[in-house]
Structures are given as structure tokens and as C-alpha cells.
Ligand binder design. Structure first.
Ligand SMILES: *Cc1c(COP(=O)(O)O)cnc(C)c1O
Length: 365
């Protein structure tokens, strides 16, 4: 038997989430964001469930090429653009759409020898101060781009810094509306948070990522609990040992947990080398036999310990859900001081991944 840790990917949930986002997005077309190996779910795994997307957005050339190899002939958007002029050969070969956030990129395209024009997303910095043209330089960038026969469609793009918080999108939207009045361009603005919570941002294309995978853009599951979005990844394992503790016994590296009374704990085959956060403190929620309990002591590389007090019937072989449909990854992330984004995308390569489609195939075989 292989080590019992595994990640199950529900393509049914993913399809459901895409359908739900499509309803929210109204007439906007959808770039499904599949960067970081589809937020840890695996590009090849999620592709069958996301074929109704209008396009795929990502950052890495190898992921773009993987999508082409899987048979995707529609649009692919490089969210960070390209990294050196030579990259234009791949952009042309695989017919990629690229973000253009700097004048050097614009010059590289204008001066390249291309067989056909490249579609670009002209990115404006609307306050995040990460990527994008300064608002007062955008007009010049647009004039340069529209004069070049190497450039096809031009879309105006920005990325919101605070669409998931109180600050909202008012200031960046005022900027975009002013720029839009000067330049007749399609717009692509919304990430997951804006797609869910700011319909005035939907425009021509939206770029949802995290919501496709059923986690919250704000980091709080309650914020999306009533949307109908379903968690896509379930990380599970089993109890591989049980330790009966006496008062004063300690658990794990550094003995950070100390039993107050007599207590049973279970040792779970899952640790930080599987992608479980090492900083998850005692008290982080976990399900054993479907019953909610908590981890105790320091998470080790390959194991963690859980309190079996709430589930006295649990023992060796009992199923453990680290996160999934019954325990939102957002809740685990929150306890560990991070976001579902980080936990999902940090799923370790050593964890075997199965999809509900594989399972069907296996049962049929
Ligand atoms: C990652 C990313 C997105 C998707 O963000 P979510 O919060 O996961 O929806 C959209 N646009 C850009 C530019 C991104 O880098």
C-alpha cells in the first residue's frame, strides 16, 4: 500500500464553480487562471473540467505549452508578459497573448520580425505598484502599440490591490474609466474578488483564479460560504499510530504540546513536506473519521499529531481530512496565518493526485 496521503481533485466541483462564475460574470468572457500549476491542482488534471473557459491565463511558458499539447486551441494569456525579447519566438509559435507592462516589452515587439501580429494586454498600474505603465504614460504606450503592424488586438488590463477588502475598487475604477474615455479598448480588470463582489469591474473579460478552486479571495471561508462555490481539492491521509498519553507527556519536536490529563493522540501520515503548513499551531482544525478535532504539537516533515478525544472510536487506519469539502482550506490557512492560495499552490509533488474522473475510469476498468 502506498503512503496514505493523497489529494483528490473534484472535477465535478470545478465544473460547477466555473458555471457559477459564468453566471456572476454576466456577458464578460472568462480567463480561467491556471498559474502555479492550476493553484497546485495540476494543469492536466483541471483542463478537462475547464474547457468551457474562453481562455487560460498563466505565467510560465512550459504551462502554456502544456495546454497546447493537451489540445487547447483557444486564447492563452501570459499574465506577467515575457521576460526577454527572445521569448517572442515562443509567443509567436504557440499563439500566446501577452501582457505588456513596460516600454522595453513594447519596443521588443515593435522591433521583432514576426510572421503575424501578437495580441497584447496593455497593463496599467492602478495603485498596486507592482507591474504596469504609469497612468500618465499609458496613452503614449497605446499610441506606440497601435501604430505597430506587429501588434494585433490591444486590451486594457489592470490588477486590483484591494478588491477583497473595504478599500474596494473605487479609485482604480475612476482611473480606468478616465483612461477608457481616451482610448477605445476592451477592458480586462477583475480577479476573483472583483468578479464576485464588484460587478462594475466585469467589462469584457474577467480573470478569476482562486474561486474556481473553491477557496476565498479574502481568506475567510464565511465570505464565500453562501455563494455555492465548492472546494475542489481534498487533502487526506490516515492515522498510522496511536499514542496514549499520561499527564505531563509531551508531543513532537521540542515537546511543544504537553498533555494535561490522560489523552489519546493519533499520528497522521502528512507533514510539511506534503504541503501542510509547518506553522499551523496546536488547535488548527482537522477531521478524523469526519469528526472535527485539532492538531497538537509541532508539524513535522512527514507527520503531524491530532487529538483523538472528540473521536474515541478512531484508531489506526482512521481517515483524516486535512482540508476539503467538509473543512475549508481557508479555515486551516487562517489558523496558520496564511491564505488558501498558499496552501493549495504549495501541495508537494510527492503527494499523489487523483481526480473524480480517474476514479470513475478506475471503477470502470
Ligand atoms: C493571479 C492573478 C489573477 C487571479 O487572482 P485570484 O485572486 O486568484 O482570482 C488575476 N490576474 C492576475 C494578473 C493575476 O496575477
Amino acid at each position: 500500500m502506498p503512503r496514505p496521503v493523497q489529494a483528490e481533485i473534484s472535477l465535478a466541483a470545478l465544473r460547477h464553480n466555473l458555471g457559477l462564475i459564468r453566471q456572476k460574470a454576466g456577458r464578460a468572457r472568462i480567463w480561467s487562471v491556471v498559474k502555479a500549476n492550476a493553484y497546485g491542482h495540476g494543469i492536466a488534471n483541471v483542463f478537462p473540467a475547464l474547457q468551457n473557459s474562453d481562455g487560460f491565463a498563466l505565467l510560465d511558458f512550459n504551462e502554456a505549452i502544456r495546454l497546447r499539447e493537451l489540445g487547447w486551441q483557444g486564447p492563452i494569456l501570459l499574465l506577467e508578459g515575457f521576460f526577454e525579447p527572445d521569448d517572442l519566438a515562443l509567443i509567436e509559435q504557440y499563439q500566446l497573448t501577452t501582457a505588456v507592462h513596460s516600454f522595453w516589452q513594447l519596443a521588443a515587439i515593435v522591433n521583432a520580425r514576426l510572421r503575424r501580429p501578437i495580441d497584447i494586454y496593455l497593463k496599467v498600474n492602478s495603485g498596486m505598484n507592482r507591474l504596469g505603465f504609469a497612468p500618465d504614460r499609458l496613452h503614449a504606450a497605446w499610441l506606440e502599440a497601435s501604430a505597430s503592424s506587429n501588434i494585433g488586438d490591444i486590451t486594457l488590463m489592470t490588477h486590483f490591490a484591494s478588491a477583497d477588502s473595504e478599500t474596494g475598487v473605487a479609485a482604480p475604477m475612476a482611473l480606468i474609466n478616465a483612461l477608457g474615455a481616451e482610448m477605445p479598448l476592451s477592458h480586462c480588470l477583475a480577479n476573483s474578488a472583483a468578479t464576485l463582489w464588484h460587478p462594475q469591474t466585469h467589462a469584457d473579460w474577467v480573470r478569476p483564479g482562486i474561486v474556481l478552486y473553491g477557496a476565498s479571495p479574502s481568506g475567510r471561508w464565511q465570505d464565500i460560504a453562501d455563494t455555492g462555490l465548492k472546494p475542489v481539492m481534498r487533502l487526506s491521509s490516515q492515522i498510522i499510530a496511536v499514542q496514549p498519553l499520561q499527564p505531563g507527556d509531551r508531543v513532537g519536536y521540542g515537546g511543544r504540546y504537553c498533555a494535561a490529563g490522560s489523552q489519546r493522540i493519533g499520528i497522521v501520515a502528512c507533514g510539511y513536506a506534503d504541503g501542510y503548513p509547518r506553522h499551523a499551531p496546536g488547535g488548527t482544525p482537522v477531521l478524523v473519521d469526519g469528526v472535527k478535532t485539532a492538531i497538537v504539537g509541532t508539524v513535522s516533515m512527514d507527520m503531524l499529531a491530532v487529538d483523538l478525544t472528540p473521536c474515541p472510536a478512531a484508531g489506526i487506519g482512521s481517515p483524516v481530512e486535512l482540508w476539503g469539502a467538509a473543512l475549508p482550506v481557508d479555515d486551516v490557512a487562517r489558523a496558520a496565518g496564511t491564505l488558501g492560495y498558499e496552501l493549495l499552490s504549495a501541495l508537494a509533488p510527492r503527494v499523489p493526485v487523483v481526480t473524480d474522473q480517474n476514479l470513475e475510469v478506475r471503477m470502470r476498468g
